[in-house]
Ligand binder design. Structure first.
Ligand code: HEC
Length: 105
């Protein structure tokens, strides 16, 4: 239910756009630390409380791409992250939970 509300609020909002432009061929880890870690924490475990933790995200890759490109109520829209860089970023974000779950952190 909470997930549904978050998705609805994402669809309904008009987020601020970020000017962030990744370097061509940048790794997911690089993009994450440049553009995402300030809010989501260096390891994706969240800042400002668990609300911003990404490690438990159940979003599918395509849904995650939509959130990144369109932003949320608070999260800016990163429409300049596209193609290869967007793929790399999404697989990196999806790997964060597995790393922590496996106890490798
Ligand atoms: C200014 C702070 C901020 C920055 C920078 C930011 N986010 Fe977010 N992010 C949020 C907030 C807040 C939410 C919750 C939705 C909302 O209200 O905007 C969120 C939600 C998300 C979600 C949805 C999680 C879920 O399971 O529902 C994903 C995925 C995400 N962010 C990824 C990223 C990535 C990847 C980046 C870097 C490109 C990034 N965020 C940069 C604040 C931020």
């Amino acid at each position: 239910m909470k997930r549904v509300l978050i998705v609805l609020s994402l669809l309904a909002s008009s987020a601020v756009a970020s000017e962030y432009q990744p370097r061509a061929g940048a790794s997911g880890a690089q993009i994450f630390s440049d553009a995402c870690a300030a809010c989501h924490g260096a390891d994706g475990s969240g800042k400002f409380g668990l609300f911003l933790g990404l490690t438990g995200s159940t979003l599918m890759p395509d849904e995650m791409k939509t959130v990144i490109q369109q932003g949320g109520t608070v999260m800016p829209a990163f429409s300049n992250i596209q193609g290869k860089e967007l793929d790399a970023l999404v697989s990196y974000v999806r790997s964060l939970g597995a790393v922590i779950a496996s106890g490798d952190k």
